[in-house]
Design a protein around this ligand. Structure first.
Ligand code: ADP
Length: 402
């Protein structure tokens, strides 16, 4: 079975086509600047050169049409005809309390995703446009949806409730949801299998550190607590997001700087984090380079960033009455040995000892980076959210067909 994975944003659409026989990627690409007259499609099929085309793509229906043209193109394509693609899987950021696992798309599922627009106004409407665009271009193809929040639906109320008036939860579902769930679940399973232990037997903290970043405490194989909250703004310091701050800063700054709600929201989401502190970039590579060249603001940004990861690991070790496995994943977690070292240096009190030479090795495979004596096993596990979406889609659609 060939499964197309789609991650639809408001002005972009990323895709990967999987052959589920061996889980190989047959083609991948992205459409950017949807809604503008010079939209860009970048496409690459396995073993063929990357192609780029610029054209007017005003909506998601046209974007999906263009993707299908690319996938079936006689020269650059990956399949002879559209009928070879048997299912489509979508990434959905917010599943609220309605979705505890991935599901096949039905009219009821679509309605429920719409009901959740309020909770993820930037993401869920765009995902829905992706689903509808596939329906238009590929009538009757089975679709499945995979939620970033689903894995965290196991959190106890002590973790997910905020200490604010209960009526806000009852009326508006204000609570912690958590994100990056597909990634936390995947790397925790990979880590357990690497260690040869049942996941349920481990007290694990997984650190998904990319542009967005979150830590999750995993107990009995389930999400017990996670650093992102009702939205992906809470928790760790990120590329451009502040993470945890005193909520009273919001009205204070609005008042002093005469900012609107939209402006302060944009400040915290787009103009804070590593970007704001370094004054250089939101990108860890650039900040690390500047730090190594002696830039003091870059060093401050890096130190704050690492410090906040370490604080969460410590907090979750306390939350679970111990930790025996620490996992790093995503762009920064997988690639920055410097960041991993900075986080782990302050965790020796947990019996955690990093092996510097293992930490320096680069690989696409899961690997151990703690010493053999370390009581806490530290691992780097490359994440692969698209593959998880493809696997869930394949599993659900195959089961539904039986
Ligand atoms: P996203 O959240 O957009 O999926 P990624 O998981 O791709 O993000 O992570 C992007 C981050 O990973 C950027 O800050 C980038 O600098 C960082 N990164 C990628 N490669 C390296 C590297 N070799 N060293 C340090 N940081 C890296």
């Amino acid at each position: 079975m060939k499964v197309l994975v789609i991650n639809a944003g408001s002005s972009s659409l990323k895709y990967q086509l999987y052959n589920m026989v061996d889980e190989s990627v047959l083609a991948s690409g992205r459409v950017e600047r949807i809604g503008m007259d010079s939209s860009i499609v970048t496409h690459e099929a396995e073993g063929k050169p990357e192609v780029r085309s610029v054209s007017e793509i005003l909506d998601h229906v046209t974007a999906v049409k263009k993707v299908l043209e690319m996938l079936t193109h006689p020269e650059h394509g990956a399949v002879a005809s559209m009928s070879e693609i048997e299912a489509v899987g979508h990434r959905i950021v917010h599943g609220g309390e309605s979705f505890k696992s991935s599901v096949v798309v039905t009219p009821e599922v679509k309605l429920e995703i719409r009901n959740l627009f309020d909770l993820a106004p930037l993401h869920n409407p765009a995902h829905m446009m992706g689903i509808m665009a596939v329906e238009t271009n590929m009538p009757n193809i089975p679709q499945a949806v995979v939620f970033d929040t689903a894995f965290h639906q196991t959190m106890p109320d002590t973790s997910y409730l905020y200490p604010i008036p209960r009526v806000l939860y009852r009326r508006h579902k204000v609570r912690r949801y958590g994100f990056h769930g597909t990634s936390h679940q995947y790397v925790s399973e990979q880590a357990a299998s690497y260690l040869g232990k049942p996941l349920e037997s481990l007290k694990m903290v997984s650190c998904h550190i990319g542009n967005g970043a979150s830590c999750t405490a995993i107990l009995d194989g389930k999400s017990f607590d996670t650093s992102m909250g009702m939205t992906p703004l809470e928790g760790l310091m990120m590329g451009t997001r502040s993470g945890d701050i005193d909520p009273a800063i919001v009205p204070f700054v609005m008042n002093k700087e005469e900012l609107t709600l939209t402006e302060v929201n944009s400040m915290l989401n787009k103009h804070s984090g590593m970007m704001a502190i370094s004054g250089i970039s939101s990108d860890m590579r650039e900040v690390s380079e500047a730090m190594e060249e002696g830039d003091r603001n870059a060093k401050l940004a890096f130190d704050m960033y690492a410090y906040r990861v370490r604080k969460y690991v410590g907090a979750y070790a306390a939350a679970m009455n111990g930790i025996d496995t620490l996992v790093f994943t995503a762009g920064v977690g997988e690639n920055s040995s410097l960041l991993r070292k900075a986080v782990c240096e302050g965790l020796t009190f947990l019996g955690l000892e990093l092996d510097e030479s293992r930490n320096a090795v680069r690989s696409k495979e899961p690997r151990l980076i703690s010493t053999d004596e370390s009581r806490v096993k530290v691992l780097v596990v490359p994440t692969n959210e698209e593959l998880i979406i493809a696997r869930d889609t394949y599993r659900l659609i195959t089961a539904a067909a039986q």
